[in-house]
Each structure stands twice: as C-alpha cells, then as structure tokens.
Design a protein around this ligand. Structure first.
Ligand code: ATP
Length: 925
C-alpha cells in the first residue's frame, strides 16, 4: 500500500488514514504507474507534463507527504543492537564463569562478574551508537539535489524536497532522486544494480507496460537510488521516501553501514583464535591444578582468571572508536569517507592521480587572449564581471566588429554554451561550466551580449560536450533569414578535425592552415592558458547536423585562451606529498602544454626535476606497447588529453608496479577507474552522483590539498591504533602470565578474577581509549608510506610488548611476595598488586603516546584527554582500595603509604626501562 495510490492529490486524505488500497505485491494495482500511459499518470498525480507543479502546490504536498528521505535509524532494532553486545566469545566465557561461580555459592563474585558483563555491554552499545551516528552525519554532508520544473521554471532543489507529482529532469551522472514515471527520454540508460543487482545499465523508454511487469523490467520507470549512466529524461515523481521501491527494501533489510576495515576483520579473527587458545590454556591449567590436588574450586577460579585476564577485550571496541574518530577528523578537513577501509589505505597511499581543472586549479576561468587567423587580441578584466575590453596587437581597444573572424569566434563561444551569468548581491555569479562562463563574459566584453545572442540564434539541437568527445556543437536558426547555423567549440585538435577552412578578417573563407592554428594554440598553452578553438558554419543543412557528418564541414574562426589559476594550497600540498614519499600525477583532458605549465607552477615536476618522459598524452598512451606501458606510466607525471576510459588502465598499470593508488574523478566514465583505484576520490561539488557512488572518499571542497590532509589523518589513525595495541597487550599478557605462574607453582593467586576484570575494563575505557585522541605526531608526513603488507606490530614493538609484560609479571610477584612477607594480609597484598598493574599501565600510557619519541618530547600535558583519564582512574583506584563496599565486592583492602611508594617506584622503574628500549631501538621503527 502506498500513499501514491490515492486518486486525488488535490484533496488527499490526512496521513495515516488511507486504507483498503490494493497491495503492491499483487502487481496489478491502481498504483502500477508503469501500466498507465504518461498522460494518465500526469492526470492521476494532478500535475503538468510541461510546467510541473506550482511552488505552492509542491510546498503543500511536502507538508502532507513529508520529506523525500529514508529514515536513517531503520538499521538493526534497539533490542538486537543491545543483544549484539553479548555476542562475543569472551562474554560467553564470563557468563559461564558467573553461572558456575554462583553455583559454587560465591554469590558476590558471581554478581561482580555479571555486573562487569553488563557494564561492558552498556559501554559497547553507547560507543557503537556514537560511531554510527558519526557515520550517519557524514552521509548527510554529501547532499544531493534534484532538477525539477515547477511553475514552468527549471530549478535545483534538495532531493529531500521532492513530492509526488513533481516533474523531474535527470541526466547522465545523476542519481534518480525518487520513483519516477518517464514522460520523455533521449538515449537514457540507468544502472539499477542498487535495486535489482543487474550491473549492466538498462535502456529506458516511455512505453506503456503490462501492469504485472516486475520491477526489474519496468522500462518506463526510474527508481530512486539508481544511477543515470547515459542520456537524459523527464518524468513525473510517483513515490517518494519510504514509499519508493528502494524505501521498501530499506525497510526490510536496513541500510547497515559497517565500520569494518581489513584491519578490524583481521583483529576480530585474531581475537577469536586468541580466545580459543586461551580457553585451551585455561582448561589445561585447570587439569594440572586438579591433578595436583589443588582443589577444584580454587583451580577453576584460577583458570577463569587466566582466561579473563589474557583476552584483550577492549581491543575491538578501541579499534572501531579510533577509526570513527579518524573519520570524524577527516570530515572536519572536508574529506568524507564513504567506505571505511579507505581510512586505513590512505596511510599507505604511494601515488595520487589528480585531475587538474578544479582540483589543482581553481576552475575560475577568465579569457585572457583571443586569436583569429588574421589577428591577436588581449582581454582585460577578471572573473565573471563583464567589465573589461579587448585590445588589438597595437594596443587599441576594439569590439567584435573589428574582425569578422573575431565576431564569429565570440558568437560561437557564447552561442554554443549552456552557462548562465546572474547578478546577485552586486556580484556576477555563474550557473554552469566555468569554461563556458568565461566565453560568455568575453563575448560581452567584445560587444555581443547574452540576450543578443539568444535572440539572434535560437538553438534547435545540440551535440553536448563530453570529456570523450572534447567538443560541443549547436544548431541554430536565424529567425530573420530562416537560415540554419552551426556553432562549435572545443579542444583545438578536435575542432580542426571538424573544419575545412578558416575565416579571414573580412569574413571570407580561406583554406585551413592546421599548422598555424596548432602553433598559435601551443604558444598560448605554454603560458598555462586553457585553449579552446571555435568554429562556425553560417548556412548549414540541418539534416547533416550529426556527429558523423560534421567533420570537414566547418570554418575555423579562432582560439580563446583562458586563465585558470592554480589553487593557492596546491603547491604546498604537492610538496608535502613529495616529502611524504607520495608521487603526485596529473591526469587531465586538457592540452599537454597547458597541463605541463600548470604542473610546473605547482611544483609537480620539480622533485626530482623535469625528466624525459614526464608528459604523456592520450595518444602516446595508446601507442605504447603493452610491455613498456607500466614502466612509462610509472615514470610520467603529467597525462594530458586523456579520456576517462584510459584512466582505468592507468590505475591498473600503476597497481601492477606495486603502487597504492588514489585517483580522482568526477564524471560517469570515471567510475570504473575510481572503483579500481585503492582509493577512489570523487568531487563533492563538481562531481556526478555516479562518481560519488563509486568513490571511497568524497572531497566536499574539490581541493587537492584535502587529499593530502586525508592522507595525513589516515597515517595518524594507523599510528593511534598501533599505540593502543602496544599499550593493551602487555597488560593482558602480564595478567595471564601472573596467573599461569601461580598455578604452575601451586602458589596463591596474586590477583583474583574479579580484580582482573576491574583492571581490564576500567583501564581500557579511562586510559587506553584516550590514545585515540592523541594528536598526529610531528613529522608524520616526512616518513615514507606504510607498506600494506607490513604487519601491524614490527619486531621492535613485539619485543617492547614482551618486555613490559615480563616487567609486569616480575614486579607484581615481587610486590605481592614482599607485602606478604612483611605481614600484609592476603587482600592487602592483592590490592597492592592490582594497584601496581594499574599504575604501571598509567605510566606506560605516556610512553605509548609516541611510538618512537619519549614522553617528555611530546609535552606531558599536550593530550588533555589522557590527564582526565588518569584522574578518573586514580579516583577509581582509591575507591577500590579504601571504600568498604568496594573492598567487599572486589576482595580488596586499604593499603599503607609505604606500599604506594613501592608501587610508584616500580612503575617509574618500568618507565625508565621502556624509555631506554625506545632510545636504543629508535632507528628500528
Ligand atoms: P580535468 O580532467 O583536469 O578536469 P579538463 O577539465 O580540461 O581537465 P575535460 O573536461 O575532459 O578536462 O576537457 C577536455 C577538453 O575539452 C578541454 O581541454 C577543452 O579543450 C575541451 N572542453 C572543456 N570544456 C568544454 C566545453 N564546455 N565545451 C567544449 N569543449 C570543452
């Protein structure tokens, strides 16, 4: 049942009152919009096939039907999420231990163990919810818009504002914003894999279908969440939000965004194996104890202590949280992570392949020079403000009338153009492509204003620009004479191929001189200017306006050269990448000369200086023999006139050479390369939805410097993960070993299971987690990328973990024995041992703040979270030691001042040993 089944949209029923409508599962229903003609659907939805809904009606329907969004919390139910917290092997061990302890009559211990399980579940639940909320927030950062026609006017609205009845326009690269019945289309193809699993894009048309046609075959419907890969279409929205097909699926399965990365998966597997090993060890220990006749209850308690102590229970949660914090930090720096593994991969990136226009440059174009076969002109002014003039070679101010070729060149630039300039708050703003905006502005400066152009030559047909085609052409009809006229603009080589002649200053047509045109273009491009050629055909045959017929028919009118300044932060970011051992390569559709000039300006060719083979064009790439391809690609730093299709092979070749590749892209055709890259990076502003969908990371500001920032954050996240592991493992090993030794020696346990639980749970939250907030280390971008094959723990770190574990075991035994020998009671001696473990961990936490440098270097107070955590832990230890209730629960007892001094002295000793080890091994990290 859907809300869209109602017969009247003008007078709909209030929310929640609809009933009795046939279900969608039945197939043949009143809401089977695919079974109705386009006209019937328009009538049913009380809309208009040309003018759409009025703004007022759209607002009314929005109020009535609610926004076009899918509820985010539809994931797992609350109960399931709570229950999931208990679904860990460790928790099973604890629950069994709690039950057996209760059966043995140790009710207090049993309750404490159970209490710890509960606390753990609560902490896990809260942390997981927070991490999920953070991810949810990220999704909202990449907002999608939809193009609608309302009241006869085309406009962009947030997708969430769409309502049933809205006339929606879609084109290649966009995501379908709601369920739409097609009214008209042109070569429309849609990737419906999100809905049907079918990965090959399906063609769409507006024919009426049998009402029983299953969703996957509804050719006349566009479904929310699917991606338009080619063509254009217009249709009426028939369902929004949860009422869409996607909404129905979403409701069934929930959109589970996981926090999993290769590392978390590996760690989870590692934890499972570890648990089994530890349980086996505990069982053997139990058996040895019983065989030795140590008493079943006592030995069982010891075995439980061993299991509980040795399993690193805080590890999975800490890893997830560290990753989530990293993702949030990246989002603050405008890099939105769409797939979690990217966080890890970023730290290992060795090559960044970046687009030029808009990523390394500002994408704010200003035409600076115009060349015609008989003249050359400078243009003054900057930005989209039409204040400025044209000068001829002698420096005199001229208008378009000075040279017929100039007039036609400006007309072609402005007429073959979809950009619109609007004046807003005293400033000129651009709607559309900056290249086209610049061509409109220069026409205006030359005396051809926008209204003039539109009036003189209304457009009839268009061959749209695409990165593959590299030109755009339009067919117009002069209302005065009735003559047809073709205008074209694009990459110089492409336009030359369309031309048979070139225009002289008096308007006459001369034979084409491609060499002269190319030399002029090369000369302009060498200054870093983006050069487009223009062409025209003053009286054309409209029937021959096709891609196949156009070549060799037009007249070249001139060249327009525009400045697109490098982004201010790009140079610094490129240099930071170089120091970090990351190669930056530019991949652009632009001319080789323009690309190299810009690359030179941002320092892309400076380290290690310009070399032979630095610049390759798309043509060079095609000509390269397979054998030489990977080497040449690995060596080159600028790829010019590359079509999006060539990017995929580039990525593969680099990967073959062992590189970890981040690749940017924004168009539909970039999607395969983005998927293939180790990190696909899409542009949040300029990119298509298809590219964003294929990407692992979206830059909300389209800026190259943001990629560099994300790499830096990625390295920081990995460091913090390593720090946590290096910090937590010695505690677990130490605790496990203390118990093991006690059992093997047949000695009294220096620490009890409940005390071990206390240590593990409190320190993981109050101490270990604070490492996730550790700021990035200085020099993080001066070391080489991490080899993805390198294990998380290097030999040196493993040795450090063993060293600290051994010190903990020795220290705890020595202290426990000393206390007992000097007259302390058993609870007192155990309390001292527990406090020793926690104090050593707190001291060791400082050491773990940096993997290579000493704690003093970082400044003791530079991570306030750690100070807060240590204060909280201290309060907890004092409560555990001195509060009678805690003494009762955890079998502890107040200890003396001298005992504390011994604890502190031991902790200092451990810190000194670790500091020496760090210094000795500094060069090994
Ligand atoms: P990048 O890939 O770095 O973003 P780019 O923007 O130059 O570079 P494309 O958009 O593929 O890459 O453009 C390739 C070429 O097509 C440009 O160098 C230009 O000559 C031409 N071109 C760009 N925009 C248009 C347009 N709107 N109309 C006609 N031709 C264009």
């Amino acid at each position: 049942m859907t809300r869209t089944t109602r017969s009247s949209y003008a007078d709909p029923m209030p929310r929640g009152e609809e009933s009795g409508a046939p279900g969608r599962e039945g197939g043949c229903t009143r809401d089977a919009h695919h079974g109705l003609s386009a006209h019937e659907v328009v009538l049913l939805l009380e809309s208009d096939a040309d003018r759409g809904l009025s703004e007022e009606e759209a607002a009314r329907r929005l109020e009535l039907f609610g926004p076009n969004v899918l509820p985010s919390a539809v994931g797992a139910s609350l109960l399931r999420r709570v229950l999931r917290q208990f679904h860990h092997p460790l928790i099973y061990v604890l629950l069994v231990a709690s039950a057996i302890t209760a059966a043995l009559g140790e009710y207090v211990d049993s309750a404490v163990i159970f209490g710890v399980v509960l606390v753990n579940a609560v902490v896990g639940f809260v942390q997981e919810s927070k991490a999920e909320a953070a991810l949810e927030g990220l999704r909202a950062m990449v907002r999608t818009t939809a193009t609608v026609v309302r009241g006869g006017r085309r406009r962009q609205v947030p997708s969430s504002d769409l309502v049933p009845g809205d006339l929606v326009l879609v084109e290649a690269g966009e995501k379908v914003p709601a369920d739409v019945r097609l009214l008209r289309e042109a070569e429309l193809r849609v990737d419906e894999s999100a809905l049907t699993g079918e990965s090959v894009p399906v063609p769409k048309d507006e024919v009426v279908l049998d009402a029983r046609t299953p969703v996957a075959d509804r050719r006349n419907m566009l479904h929310s969440g699917t991606l338009v890969t080619a063509g254009q279409g217009a249709g009426i929205t028939v369902a929004t939000g949860t009422e869409t097909e996607l909404g129905q699926i979403h409701r069934l399965v929930g959109a589970a965004q996981t926090l999993a990365t290769p590392l978390t998966v590996k760690l989870a597997a590692f934890s499972k194996v570890l648990t089994v090993v530890i349980l086996a060890l505990a069982a053997v220990t139990f058996a040895i104890g019983v065989v030795r006749g140590q008493g079943a209850v006592q030995t069982f308690t010891a075995a439980v202590a061993l299991a509980v102590g040795a399993i690193p229970e805080g590890l999975p949660a800490a890893v997830t949280i560290t990753l989530a914090i990293g993702v949030a930090r990246m989002a603050r720096r405008r890099a939105v992570i769409r797939r979690m593994p990217a966080v890890e991969t970023l730290g290992s990136t060795t090559v960044i392949c970046s687009d030029k226009t808009g990523t390394l440059t500002e994408n704010q174009m200003t035409v600076r020079a115009v060349w015609t076969p008989d003249g050359a002109f400078d243009v003054t002014g900057s930005g989209y403000d039409p204040d400025g003039v044209l000068h001829d070679a002698a420096g005199a101010v001229v208008t378009a009338e000075a040279d017929r070729a100039l007039w036609w060149c400006l007309l072609a630039g402005a007429g073959c153009n979809d950009a619109v300039l609007v004046r807003k708050d005293g400033r000129w703003d651009l709607l559309g492509d900056p290249t086209e905006g610049a061509m409109r502005v220069v026409a205006d400066k030359g005396g051809l204003d926008e209204a003039d152009v539109a009036e003189r030559c209304p457009r009839i047909e268009v061959i749209p620009f695409s990165s593959g085609r590299q030109y755009m052409a339009t067919l117009h009809r002069d209302p005065g004479t009735g003559d047809h006229l073709v205008l074209a603009k694009g990459a110089t080589e492409r336009i030359l191929a369309l031309c048979a002649g070139q225009m002289a200053c008096d308007g006459s047509v001369r034979p084409l001189d491609p060499a002269a045109v190319l030399t002029a273009a090369e000369h302009l491009a060498a200054g870093g200017l983006r050069v487009l050629a223009t062409a025209a055909l003053p009286s054309a045959d409209p029937d021959t306006f096709t891609e196949d017929h156009l070549p060799g028919t037009l007249v070249l009118t001139g060249l327009q050269a525009m400045l697109d300044p490098p982004r201010p932060a790009a140079t610094a970011a490129v240099s930071a990448c170089h120091s970090a051992g990351i190669t930056v390569k530019m991949i652009t559709g632009d001319h080789a000369a323009t690309a190299s000039a810009i690359a030179g300006r941002i320092g892309l060719l400076t380290s290690p200086g310009p070399r032979e083979g630095d610049v390759l064009t798309g043509v060079d790439l095609t000509a390269l023999p397979d054998r030489e391809y990977p080497d040449a690609v690995d060596r080159a730093r600028v790829f010019a006139r590359v079509s999006p299709e060539q990017k995929l092979r580039l990525v593969q070749a680099l990967q073959e050479r062992g590189q970890v590749v981040a690749m940017t892209g924004d168009g539909v055709n970039d999607a395969p390369a983005l998927r293939q890259a180790n990190i696909g990076v899409a542009m949040g502003r300029g990119g298509t939805e298809v590219a964003k969908d294929a990407a692992d990371m979206v830059l909300t500001d389209d800026d190259f410097a943001t990629i560099e920032a994300a790499v830096e954050e990625g390295r920081g996240v990995f460091d913090n993960l390593t720090k946590f592991i290096v910090w937590t493992l010695p505690t677990n090993m130490g605790e496990g070993l203390v118990i093991l030794v006690a059992i093997l020696l047949g000695a009294t346990l220096p620490i009890l299971p409940t005390q071990i639980l206390w240590i593990n749970m409190t320190t993981a939250v109050a101490l270990g987690l604070m490492l996730a907030f550790e700021p990035k280390e200085t020099g993080i971008m001066t070391r080489p990328p991490r080899d993805p094959a390198r294990p998380l723990l290097t030999g040196a770190l493993a040795v450090r973990i063993l060293l600290v574990s051994a010190l903990l075991v020795a220290g705890a035994w020595w202290l426990f024995t000393w206390e007992r020998d000097t007259g302390a009671t058993l609870p007192e001696a155990r309390t001292a041992a527990v406090n020793l473990f926690v104090t050593v961990e707190a001291f060791y936490l400082f050491s773990c703040r940096s993997l290579t440098r000493s704690a003093w270097h970082l400044g003791l107070l530079s991570n306030r979270w750690i100070i807060g955590g240590i204060l909280a832990q201290t309060a907890g230890q004092l409560a555990l030691t001195y509060l009678p209730a805690m003494n009762h629960l955890f079998h502890t007892a107040p200890i003396s001042g001298p005992a504390w001094l011994r604890i502190l002295a031991l902790a200092v000793l451990v810190s000194v040993v670790v500091a020496i080890d760090k210094r000795l091994r500094h060069h090994l990290m």
